[in-house]
Design a protein around this ligand. Sequence first.
Ligand SMILES: [Fe+2]
Ligand SMILES: [Fe+2]
Length: 254
Amino acid sequence: MQMEANPRNRIRNVPAPRMRVHLDFAGIWGQGLWMAPRPGIKVRELYQSDDGYRISMVRYAPGAKVPEHLHTGDEHSYVLEGSVRDAAGEYAAGSYLLNPMGSRHVMWSDRGALVLTHRLGPIRFLSGWRPGPEAPPEARGFPDEGTPLLIDTGAEAGAAWERLRKGVQIMPMFEGSPGNYKTALVRYLPGSAVPAHIHLGDEHVYVLSGCQEDEHGSYDAGSYVYNPMGTTHRVWSEEGCLVLIHWRAPIRFL
Ligand SMILES: [Fe+2]
Ligand SMILES: [Fe+2]
């Protein structure tokens, strides 16, 4: 997470914040919020913007499969439970996978999985389509297939962490072009805190383990928190926590 030092007089041109969102996605089974678009696949939408940006939880039953599809925007996936597979390999819990715009694949799970996906454009199913002049309109105009990126974060085992501030560590995973989303894991050691700051772009936080707190609430493992551009808070963790974040612009300390 890129952080800027204390320019307290530069908070301008930040529109009024949209509503914050806090969802406990570990506790929403059975509340009728999951869709079942395909046999064995359940989807819970967490967030959707007007420009097609979407965050979902996807539950794979053992043996479930998502047929071949094209990504019309980058897709970031973080495997929370179980494992998923595509033609290139198997991705266990703790894996972060980027399928770039223009890439296509089939995804399935042999033993079941829970995956958090963060998508910058819709997917287009390709069954029956073969590359050629008859390609459907939605499959045209994308660059050659990008190279997927896989990171086995080893997050809970304490892999490649960098110091962000005292007691707070970061594992950057993806840094897109300016204005695009960045992805990282952030680990708060017990008792650590990040001082008051303003979000200069939307930030999406998923609590993977432990508990994170701010002035607005307490977020246990399984929580999704949306901090829209223009919102402010300070963050701390008494017991320590591991969070996955997607953010679009740096924060600025107040
Ligand atoms: Fe995909
Ligand atoms: Fe924040």
